[in-house]
Design a protein around this ligand. Structure first.
Ligand SMILES: [Zn+2]
Ligand SMILES: [Zn+2]
Length: 153
């Protein structure tokens, strides 16, 4: 998975195990607002996580496989370790957050008043693009309502 091998912000490809450290250190300011999304992200990723010793999303192994002999306290500890990985160390969770955050808020690389000469795109055509209305599904066209035709052999 690309999120675990490549940095979305600089296209670098550190080792998956050090990718989250790279993100937190080299892109600290970009990561900061994303951390606000973490509770929601965590919920989604935890719901999809397959096991409690290896991350389902990146190749990190953070525990030994369960033996089935664990008491409730150990089970809890294992779950906590899995949560800590997703929350703090998993590059896939963090990069998903980055994609969601910056994808929704648009690029932060606006150049306000930078080059006013490049007016190519600012020229507005008179008509605003029509909003695409939701296509009416028009009912099921196959069923015209006259059930009489059903009787055909
Ligand atoms: Zn990077
Ligand atoms: Zn992971």
């Amino acid at each position: 998975m690309m999120f675990s091998t490549h940095c979305l912000l600089c296209a670098g490809s550190p080792h998956p195990a050090s990718l989250s450290v790279h993100l937190h250190c080299d892109h600290a300011s970009e990561c900061k607002p994303v951390l606000d999304l973490m509770p929601q992200l965590l919920q989604c990723f935890q719901a999809c996580a397959g096991c409690d010793y290896q991350c389902t999303f990146c190749p990190t192994v953070y525990n030994l496989p369960a033996t089935g002999q664990e008491d409730s306290e150990q089970v809890e500890t294992r779950a906590l370790l899995a949560q800590i990985h997703l929350q703090h160390h998993c590059p896939v969770v963090l990069q998903t957050g980055i994609l969601l955050f910056y994808g929704c808020n648009g690029s932060s690389n606006h150049h306000p008043g930078g080059e006013q000469g490049t007016a190519g795109h600012s020229e507005r055509h008179g008509a605003a693009p029509p909003r695409t209305k939701r296509r009416r599904k028009g009912g099921k066209e196959g069923q015209e309502g006259d059930d009489c035709s059903k009787g055909k052999p």
